[in-house]
Write a protein that binds this ligand. Structure first.
Ligand code: AMP
Ligand code: ZN
Length: 133
């Protein structure tokens, strides 16, 4: 398979490649040269956003040092998007913190990964992972 065929194969089979290419609709909240972020179709919490690289990478285990900058960009984007979506972490005048969010990469079957295109979950709201709203 040549590289063009490989690209076509990924686009045909990978739902997040299709989203990145604008082939299927999504609720996009951020796009730049390398990354895209959109609302999860089946949110587990009041805020549930996915950050993906536009380029296809299957899992976190497929990343090496050459991906460090890209992964760093994903991490740095997360709190900005959380802030935009109303679940940013804030320190109040009295020094106590409020708000906040969870970041998560699922990797492989035992990690609960369902979509094999690297993505970071940004999950926010009052303790959403404990089922509280
Ligand atoms: P994971 O289990 O980490 O692979 O998570 C995959 C996530 O992708 C799940 O939370 C799904 O709800 C979400 N998802 C699957 N298809 C779509 C889609 N077309 N648009 C937005 N989110 C999606
Ligand atoms: Zn993909």
């Amino acid at each position: 398979m040549n590289s063009l065929q490989q690209l076509e194969n990924k686009l045909d089979n990978c739902i997040f490649c299709k989203i990145a290419a604008g082939k299927i609709p999504s609720k996009i909240i951020h796009e730049d040269e390398e990354l895209m972020a959109f609302h999860d179709i089946n949110p587990a919490a009041p805020v549930h956003v996915l950050i993906i690289p536009k380029k296809h990478i299957a899992t976190l285990s497929d990343c090496d040092e050459s991906h460090a900058a890209l992964l760093g960009k994903m991490m740095v984007l997360a709190p900005k998007l959380a802030q935009q979506q109303g679940c940013g972490y804030t320190i109040n005048d009295n020094g106590s913190g409020t708000g906040g969010f969870k970041t998560l990469f699922n990797t492989g079957p035992d990690g609960g990964q369902e979509v094999y295109h690297l993505h970071m979950h940004v999950i926010g709201g009052p303790h959403p992972w404990r089922g509280q709203r």
